[in-house]
Design a binder for this molecule. Structure first.
Ligand SMILES: Nc1ncnc2c1ncn2[C@@H]1O[C@H](COP(=O)(O)OP(=O)(O)OP(=O)(O)O)[C@@H](O)[C@H]1O
Ligand SMILES: [Mg+2]
Length: 503
């Protein structure tokens, strides 16, 4: 390995009695692409925040460029060349691309007047370093998430980054955008900038990592050259288990949800399908294919121009989410950390928020005992990693926050459950666990629509798949048994880059 850039040793960090990190080591070489993997709550984000000077470790040392940095804080970490790109990207939405990229640096230069020409020059230079061209005058709020990431990376470059850390950068972008991001990461490496990359999508890890540090329950398991790992080995090291999915066998049932001629100008048109009792119907397609827009319309969050919805043969009108919930439809949003969670509320309150009506007893007094039972039951069922449901949802790791939102919708006991990206940000072991829960719900008569980019997830769980492109259903796969990932990728119109990865 090239000379070391960063070395952390014996890092321990406790939060209110919970040991998030226990004696962890990690070393990153100059210009190295290093991945950090581990289950939800294993301590990845905590380790990153310690390197970034956001959290103070209980013990341990941080060495950058051969010198130990004592009492590291955020300013010192940046000064040493560490740049963290969090999932929220921390950009200013109503400022321009140029301002977002170069403003920090300008403000630090201590001059009283901002030299706008230099702001633009610096921003342009940073974008060019990674071969990107984004309109400097565009407001950041008008950019896609993938382009916002490019802005955040460029901003890091203006601050002389030597190590760029990306915590789950790919959970909210499409496969094509991931490939583009990886090209950018390769350019950074060629310029001697190291990247620490966190992802739950192991195929991505194999695609770009040179070395992988694996942690489990706050302890380091080991560091491995990516070439010495394969998928099963990595999963076993992360979880201590092996997983095999049992494909879902659908016995057939009556149509529960029927959609006819659903259309909305500029988004989707001519959407007609039936969803049967106990069926898991997959919807896949590229971004812009209209899948999420269609789902939002079914849940009363995006009023369509035309079309009809029937539930058990009876027409229903869904104008607002309340109408959908009353009709027995639940929707797990794609972007659930901002759309689905009240971060400062307790875990338990988040779970029961949509079912309070049902849990009110006849005297309309809150049935406290029932509430308590319900909260505990869901925490247990989804294996949410917490000592009690009484703590704020914000104290959970990212993947555990996702589970709270899943629990919240399951608690409404819907007849039809639409899941948009059901396992975004969920670790591999829990993914199998959540898939099992979903299949079990279907076996017990729930009808499920699963929207996903991840073809293995679709093939493992869905008996039938609709492929969407350009706002239309372009293909139906009536039976997924025996269908390969490559065949589906072909149908979507995308090259088979996933299985082509070096494994
Ligand atoms: N601010 C906090 N207060 C209390 N506990 C915390 C805090 N931040 C993290 N934790 C706890 O520390 C542990 C590690 O969390 P961390 O966020 O580092 O996990 P992670 O590996 O990033 O998980 P994920 O893959 O779900 O994002 C978890 O048990 C979490 O609940
Ligand atoms: Mg995390």
């Amino acid at each position: 390995m090239a000379a070391l850039f960063l070395e952390v040793k014996n890092i321990t960090k406790t939060f209110e009695g919970v040991k998030a990190l226990n004696n962890v080591d990690m070393a990153i070489g100059r210009g190295e692409i290093h991945c950090l993997v581990g289950e939800n709550g294993s301590g990845k984000s905590t380790l990153i925040k310690i390197i970034g000077g956001v959290h103070r470790p209980d013990s341990g040392t941080i060495t950058i460029n051969g010198a130990e940095i004592k009492n590291i804080n955020t300013i010192e970490s940046i000064r040493q060349g560490v740049q963290i790109i969090y999932q929220d990207l921390s950009l200013f939405p109503n400022m321009t691309v140029a301002e977002n990229i170069a403003m920090n640096q300008m403000l630090e230069s201590n001059s009283r007047v901002i030299n706008w020409r230099r702001v633009r020059q610096e921003a342009k230079k940073a974008l060019e370093t990674i071969g990107e061209a984004i309109d400097l005058n565009e407001r950041v709020e008008n950019l896609s998430i993938a382009r916002k990431q490019i802005v955040a990376i460029s901003r890091a470059l203006t601050q002389n980054a030597k190590l760029i850390i990306m915590d789950e950068a790919t959970s909210a972008i499409t496969r094509d955008e991931v490939e583009h991001l990886f090209e950018v990461i390769a350019k950074l490496r060629n310029k001697g900038i190291a990247v620490l990359f966190v992802s739950h999508k192991l195929n991505e890890v194999f695609e770009i990592a040179q070395r992988v540090t694996i942690i489990k329950d706050g302890k380091k398991i080991g560091v491995y050259p990516a070439s010495e790992l394969n998928n099963d080995k990595m999963v076993f090291l992360m979880t201590g288990q092996n997983f095999r999915a049992e494909p879902y066998r659908f016995a057939g049932g009556e149509p529960v949800l029927s959609v006819r001629g659903f259309a909305k100008a500029g988004q989707f048109s001519d959407i007609s399908f039936d969803l049967r009792k106990g069926e898991i119907l997959g919807i896949t397609g590229l971004i812009g294919s209209g899948r999420t827009e269609t789902a939002l319309s079914l849940f009363g969050l995006n009023r369509p121009d035309a079309g009809e919805i029937r539930l058990n043969g009876k027409p229903v009108i869904i104008r607002f989410p309340q109408d959908a919930i009353a009709a027995g439809i639940a929707y797990l949003p794609e972007d659930r950390l901002t759309q689905g969670l009240f971060a400062e509320q307790s875990i338990g309150n988040n779970i029961v928020i949509t079912v309070l009506d049902r849990l009110l007893n006849r005297l309309k007094v809150l049935a406290r005992g029932k509430l308590e039972t319900e909260k505990n039951a869901w925490v247990k069922k989804l294996a949410i990693k917490t000592l009690t449901h009484r703590v704020p949802a914000s104290s959970l790791s990212g993947g555990n926050q996702q589970r709270v939102v899943i629990a919240k919708w399951l608690a409404t006991r819907p007849a039809v459950f639409i899941l948009d990206g059901p396992t975004i940000g969920i670790d591999i072991g829990s993914k199998y666990h959540i898939h099992e829960i979903i299949r079990d719900l279907a076996r017990n008569g729930m009808s499920i629509i699963m929207i996903s980019d991840e073809i293995p997830e679709i093939l493992d769980n869905c008996n039938r798949v609709l492929v969407m492109a350009g706002g239309r259903i372009v293909k139906e796969i009536p039976d997924t048994s025996g269908v390969s990932e490559a065949e589906v990728l072909d149908l979507i119109g995308r090259k088979n880059s996933v299985t082509g990865a070096a494994v």
